[in-house]
Design a protein around this ligand. Structure first.
Ligand code: NAI
Length: 343
């Protein structure tokens, strides 16, 4: 029995993400919430012949919390893709003004109505919205670092796809062999390839110029989609795939039916390090509390341990980390201050 809620289910990411979740045979209830459109999406998805019972909720007014309460009660997993996406020329940080308040409001609902749920935050800027979520949960005394994840999987998906193109191999051959850590925005994104099992193959196949271009493409790949959509938004379908890829790991850990064993191929998420086994040392080494690192799930889909991605890096990977940390620190602080200042 797994109940999943998608908050922002009427949107570009929310709709396909809800579809993918509806297709998961282990999900028994799927609860869709949005300030507009969720009941329609729910009615549509409810005709798909899988067991998950789908319900849609839309508040009658901005002050109406009853629908959020209904959507969240009894949830095991809450996925949040609510908020505005980028338009050409915007960075993810430009979204802070609007999305910070949206995340704070929705996570307040999670704190009140499903405090034990595993929370997956997709809304940008992830580097700030996850600290906002953490601080909000702290204010309600229900913050469990083992259950809060910023979704950075799309960076890994892009890194796998683009590398496979360069190596002229099937992306499936790259899956699980490389990693992307750090944050989720421009040069805070740190693709790790050289120090992985594929490192030698990459060194043989790619010139240093090609390698630099590849790193840049992973870091700024989102812009390709934003520009191609010409103002109609950012990545939605690839993001829905990526969001479900991570959610699927959580569902597997939760139900004890690992189709993909996270202890064998840990995938990264943006987490609060000091509260996690193995995390304190990374936080001290990096000088930040939040960082995307590979996570291994334990029973109940809480984080069992995190893996230090900063060991054994090449010189150029170390430089990428240094740059990432510079960008991450103020973004994390901005998120934390947003909640602390509003308290
Ligand atoms: P969208 O505009 O198509 O959908 C957002 C949905 O959120 C809309 O249906 C809207 O009604 C809903 N919403 C707004 N305020 C809400 C509230 N208070 N409660 C419930 N629902 C609310 O946007 P899209 O393309 O789905 O993107 C959503 C977010 O995901 C953006 O912030 C975007 O930047 C982010 N994103 C994150 C990625 C990642 O890798 N983590 C990748 C791509 C996008």
């Amino acid at each position: 029995m797994v109940k999943v809620a998608v908050l922002g289910a009427g949107g570009g990411i929310g709709q396909p993400l809800s579809l993918l979740t509806k297709l998961d045979s282990r999900v028994t209830e799927l609860s869709l919430y949005d300030i507009r459109g969720a009941p329609g999406v729910a009615a549509d998805l409810s005709h798909v012949n899988t067991q998950a019972k789908v319900t849609g909720y839309q508040p009658a007014s901005p002050k109406d919390e009853s629908q959020l309460q209904k959507a969240l009660t009894g949830c095991d997993i809450v996925i949040i893709p609510a908020g505005v996406p980028r338009k050409p020329g915007m960075t993810r940080a430009d979204l802070f003004k609007i999305n910070a308040g949206i995340i704070k409001g929705l996570v307040t609902g999670v704190a009140k109505f499903s405090p034990n749920a595993i929370l997956l935050v997709i809304s940008n800027p992830v580097n700030s919205t996850v600290p906002i979520a953490a601080e909000t949960l702290k204010q309600y005394g229900v913050f469990n670092p083992e259950k809060l994840f910023g979704i950075t999987t799309l960076d890994l998906v892009r890194a796998e796809t683009f590398l496979a193109q360069l190596l002229k191999i099937n992306p499936a051959e790259v899956k699980g062999k490389i990693s992307v850590v750090g944050g989720h925005s421009g040069d805070t994104i740190v693709p790790l390839v050289q120090s992985t099992p594929l490192g030698k193959q990459v060194a043989r196949a790619l010139s240093s110029d090609q390698y630099s271009k590849y790193i840049n493409r992973v870091q700024f790949g989102g812009d390709e989609v934003v520009n191609a959509k010409q103002g109609a938004g950012s990545a939605t379908l690839s993001m829905a795939y990526a969001g479900y890829r991570f959610a699927e790991l959580v569902i597997s850990a939760l139900t004890g039916t690992p189709s993909y064993d996270s202890s064998k191929i840990p995938e990264p998420a943006f987490v609060y390090l000091p509260g996690l086994v193995g995390g304190k040392a990374i936080a001290q080494q990096a000088g930040v509390d939040f960082f995307a690192v590979p996570v291994v799930f334990g029973a109940g889909a809480s984080v069992k341990t995190v893996i230090n991605p900063l060991e054994g890096l090449t010189g150029s990977e170390k430089k990428l980390v240094e740059v990432a940390l510079k960008g991450l620190k103020p973004s994390i602080k901005k998120g934390e201050d947003f909640v602390k200042g509003a308290a």
